[in-house]
Design a protein around this ligand. Sequence first.
Ligand SMILES: Cc1cc2nc3c(=O)[nH]c(=O)nc-3n(C[C@H](O)[C@H](O)[C@H](O)COP(=O)(O)OP(=O)(O)OC[C@H]3O[C@@H](n4cnc5c(N)ncnc54)[C@H](O)[C@@H]3O)c2cc1C
Length: 338
Amino acid sequence: MSDVKHETVLVYAECQDGRLRRVALEALGAARLLAGEGGSVHAVLAGGGAGASAGEAAAELAARGAEVVHVIDDPALAQFAPEAYAAAIRAAAEAASPSAIVLGHTAAGRELAPRVAAALGGGHIADVTAVSLTDGGGAVFTRPLYAGKAFEQRRFLPGVTQVISVRPNNLPPAELAEDGRRGDIRALAFAPPPLWTAVRDVVRRTSGRIDLAEADIIVSGGRGVRSAEGFPPLEALAQTLGGAVGASRGACDAGYCDYALQIGQTGKTVTPKLYIACGISGAIQHLAGMSQSRVIVAINKDPDAPIFGVADYGIVGDLFEIVPLLNDQFKDLLQANG
Ligand SMILES: Cc1cc2nc3c(=O)[nH]c(=O)nc-3n(C[C@H](O)[C@H](O)[C@H](O)COP(=O)(O)OP(=O)(O)OC[C@H]3O[C@@H](n4cnc5c(N)ncnc54)[C@H](O)[C@@H]3O)c2cc1C
């Protein structure tokens, strides 16, 4: 199998509320690695009426190594519609003729990547957590299987347009380019396709909170939290650490918190730097969503709880005593360190 050299790699720069998501910069980092010294990186920003914020996002992409940023601003893109966004990426692909396209493996990315790959007659490697280059400059993509119990490494066959979706929080974001470059920011026209579905309204339940999928630190509560009133100490700890609050399905089913916080097989998949599981037993379905976290701390009063099997640090005890203690200690430490 010969190694593939990329002349141009295209990044779909996903935004939320007009701002670049961090995974967009992680995708850009992967694209720069794939393009190497000789290749170039293009990015596509798509939205409806984003105006000034699109300008800021485009400038940031350019400063971090995108040589060309294609900006598609069209009313059809005001709300997320997979057909329209996939068509926008295809329009950028027509302009850039990339041999590879990189997206975030987010809720949107999961919808878009296979559509784009199918439309371009290409292949898709999903949920990539690591990219490495062979001696010949080709790429090997690592992805977890069976809820993180195994990993596989995949390569594309030569001649295939490569579509890669990268799991948030796993790859380093693109650094600022050393030469202080500004990039070429271009408006790109596109003809929206007929839509099969339309989003009429978006009702937000977690506004203002840190996105769980991109959080560096997550403090998560389970049925051991006992009630909705049990969550504020976890929220306080998350706030001290600049993190987000998550939950097990047990806690969500019991009505202690919103399903938007659920982590696991039927919830969100997260890979924070630090995951603090409070009163969570560690059922296989919960581990499916968090076992790839870099450091796992478990607080549980049952020393035989399965969560200790995946934890790097375990505290056997009552979360209602330990969580406030941890919060006080972290506050003191953070204050002492300025
Ligand atoms: C198809 C399917 C999909 C599922 N998807 C998911 C999913 O996405 N996410 C998910 O989480 N689950 C999922 N589940 C449910 C999963 O099997 C478990 O039922 C659930 O994870 C249990 O939640 P829990 O750990 O909070 O509760 P429990 O298993 O009841 O554990 C509570 C823990 O809290 C500890 N505890 C109690 N009081 C305290 C205290 N004061 N201090 C410290 N510790 C204390 C207990 O020792 C216990 O270990 C799924 C199940 C199925 C069948």
